[in-house]
Design a protein around this ligand. Structure first.
Ligand SMILES: C[S@@+](CC[C@H](N)C(=O)[O-])C[C@H]1O[C@@H](n2cnc3c(N)ncnc32)[C@H](O)[C@@H]1O
Length: 213
């Protein structure tokens, strides 16, 4: 799943993963992170998700990474915010009050550039990547975030029925990646998936909270 693959998805507007509303599981379970207003929330592989507008409206500060520039131009357009655009190392940084989005490759992000964050919201980031990249993603995420707590939304389905992305990442795999670092609590298994999955397989949207152990 290289960068060209994703840029082509955006170019061809093959972005079924993009929801036309705020993810209901975010609204339902965000409070489980127990975060005071103004805390800084990291959204890896953020796309142009409407979840960002919701988090901003609740008074949080957002930092995201997305490789596709058009997605981020669209995000700011929809937010009706004019960002300050600057270059920072390998990234183009879009900044405005309470929001910094880095356009570039997640795997080139460092803790120094990212700066301390208070929590991670992963919706369709881990599941966007094939297994070898998921292993790399987890290790890199833990490094650059200093193992910040996470709200993690994943998918669980019969992987041999269809190929990803999104890939199936069941609770057992989440535990495999993260149980050395976090206490993992399964919050929900939602079968009413609004979008983002080809409808070949009965899929479950798995919602977990990961707190430091
Ligand atoms: C499945 S989408 C999910 C987007 C968003 N989280 C959402 O819920 O709508 C995955 C996103 O990750 C981006 N992406 C994939 N690999 C990336 C990488 N290495 N660095 C930054 N962004 C990446 C893609 O362009 C795509 O927008």
């Amino acid at each position: 799943m290289d960068l060209d693959f994703w840029n082509e998805r955006w170019e061809k507007e093959e972005i079924a993963f993009h929801m036309k509303k705020v993810n209901p599981m975010l609204i339902k379970y965000f409070h489980k992170l127990n975060l005071a207003q103004k805390k800084r929330i990291f959204l890896p592989l953020c796309g142009k998700t409407l979840d960002i507008a919701w988090l901003l409206s609740k008074g949080y500060s957002i930092v995201g990474i997305e490789l596709n520039k058009d997605a981020i131009d669209a995000l700011f357009h929809e937010l009706n915010i004019t960002p300050l655009i600057s270059k920072e190392n390998d990234f183009v940084k879009y900044s405005a009050k309470n929001i910094d989005i880095y356009v570039g490759d997640f795997f080139k992000m460092s803790a120094e550039i990212l700066k301390p964050i208070d929590a991670i919201y992963d919706r369709a980031a881990l599941v966007a990547l094939p297994l070898e990249m998921r292993i790399e993603y987890v290790s890199h995420l833990l490094n650059i975030t200093n193992v910040a707590p996470q709200l993690l939304i994943s998918y669980d389905y019969e992987q041999n029925i269809m190929s990803g992305p999104p890939f199936s990442v069941p609770l057992s795999e989440i535990e495999h990646h993260y149980s050395d670092y976090y206490e993992i609590k399964l919050l929900d298994e939602n079968i009413d998936i609004p979008s983002g999955l080809k409808r070949k397989s009965q899929a479950i949207e798995t919602v977990c909270i990961l707190h430091n152990s």
